[in-house]
Design a protein around this ligand. Structure first.
Ligand SMILES: Cc1cc2nc3c(=O)[nH]c(=O)nc-3n(C[C@H](O)[C@H](O)[C@H](O)COP(=O)(O)OP(=O)(O)OC[C@H]3O[C@@H](n4cnc5c(N)ncnc54)[C@H](O)[C@@H]3O)c2cc1C
Length: 378
């Protein structure tokens, strides 16, 4: 027999992935005692399946506000990582060395150049941190690698970096509880009932009452958001990843699609597939990733693959984040992004504070989902 209990909480965050825990940590740093209700191990969880790069280049085409948010997060990352490490004793393997996206062939190089040029113009400031570099410059940045002949150059951004995402999640959970908050697993929310000035949040074992609710349930957010009057148009996008056996350190910086972990494995990423909620892996995806990886670094042909997994990104129609407040139940907020590693510092150190207020600040307005509901007459 399950005994259903009742409990009050000053703020409830639904979802204990990297978005939910980063925001909860930020709230806890400000003296709030957040309660994070997370699902179980059989849930779809991007926080446990990602590539671990803090990636600025390429983020925000068509939305300069997202370009600025990503850069702000990258700039906050050193303090964020240091504080978390000092507070929890958990090392994050964080480093900000700059990063590269390889271009194979002249067509790829010129297509990427056009995107960088357009984003630079949209950003609209005199200096831009992302640039195209020729093969000879790539070789100087990666002196221990013998690149394949197809590599003609790369996109380079000095603000890109990397982290161990599982250690990050562990550190955030530890910090939240040490600061007086709670993270409860296997506590799937089955319904939210808005009342005047409060919400009744129900799970299989407990009924919670809270005046403030933050939805950060990744791909589970859409249904929850509808219950507080928010239409959040998200879809899952599958990403498969390969992991090699451990090797001596050869990558001094992260690249797309190759990143060497602190332990020595090389992560080979990642597919972008529209297959709904299918988390399966397949040889076709593995083959495409392995083929591109070997064109970049032919020595990988002799390296063993030891793992292959897939996760589901949380995708909005334009790929940019959503920060929204319910118009009908203003105590409810929603946070969605497909870049929760990159944005973790901003979520903890700035967005959390914004969610403490009664109204979302102006600089977050471009991220409202109203942008997807512009009528044809406009
Ligand atoms: C293959 C891949 C590679 C990626 N690489 C990168 C990268 O290199 N850099 C980067 O910045 N980002 C990357 N991402 C994205 C990143 O992993 C996510 O943005 C990040 O994990 C944040 O996700 P989230 O917290 O929104 O969702 P999730 O991590 O999916 O967490 C959502 C949580 O909500 C819980 N939940 C769902 N429904 C309910 C409910 N009803 N009640 C209670 N709890 C519920 C789930 O149990 C889950 O724990 C990648 C993602 C994938 C899939």
């Amino acid at each position: 027999m399950t005994v259903v209990t009742s409990r009050d909480a000053e703020t409830i965050i639904i979802g204990g992935g990297l978005v939910g825990t980063a925001i909860a940590y930020g709230l806890a740093r400000q003296g709030c005692k957040p309660l994070v209700l997370d699902g179980g191990d059989r849930d779809i969880r991007a926080a446990r399946a990602n590539f671990g790069i803090i990636w600025v280049q390429g983020k925000g085409p068509g939305m300069p506000a997202y370009q600025r948010l990503t850069r702000r997060s990258s700039d906050l990352w050193p303090d964020f990582a240091r504080d978390l490490r000092e507070f929890t004793g958990i090392g994050l393997d964080y480093r900000c060395t700059g990063g590269l996206s390889f271009c194979l062939g002249a067509d790829e190089f010129s297509a990427r150049s056009a995107v960088v040029q357009r984003m630079s113009e949209e950003f609209g400031e005199a200096t831009y941190d992302t640039e195209m570099i020729e093969r000879s410059v790539v070789e100087r940045l990666l002196p221990d690698l013998r690149l394949g002949q197809d590599v003609v150059g790369a996109v380079h951004c000095g603000r890109d970096g990397e982290v161990n995402p599982l250690r990050l999640l562990h550190a955030l959970q530890t910090a939240i509880t040490t600061l007086g908050g709670s993270v409860l697993g296997d506590e799937n929310v089955t319904s939210i009932v808005p009342r005047t000035g409060s919400f009744i949040v129900t799970t299989a074992t407990c009924t919670y009452h809270t005046p403030k609710l933050i939805l950060a349930a990744g791909n589970g957010t859409r249904e929850l958001a509808q219950q507080v009057g928010l239409d959040i148009p998200i879809r899952p996008q599958r990403g498969q990843l390969l992991v090699t056996e451990r090797m001596a350190p050869i990558f001094p910086l992260p690249t797309v699609p190759l990143r060497q972990t602190a332990e020595g494995s090389i992560l080979i990423g990642s597919t972008q597939e529209e297959v709904g909620f299918d988390t399966g892996t397949n040889t076709a995806g593995a083959g495409r990733m392995a083929e591109r990886a070997c064109r970049i670094l032919p020595a990988l042909e002799n390296v063993n693959i030891v793992r292959h997994w897939a996760g589901l990104r949380v995708m909005t129609p334009d790929g940019h984040p959503i920060y929204a407040q319910s118009p009908t139940f203003p105590g409810a907020f929603c946070t969605i992004c497909h870049s929760g590693v990159t944005l973790a510092a901003a979520h903890a150190l700035e967005i959390a504070a914004a969610l403490m207020g009664d109204v979302l600040p102006d600089h977050l307005k471009p991220f409202h989902p109203d942008r997807f509901h512009v009528s044809a007459a406009n």
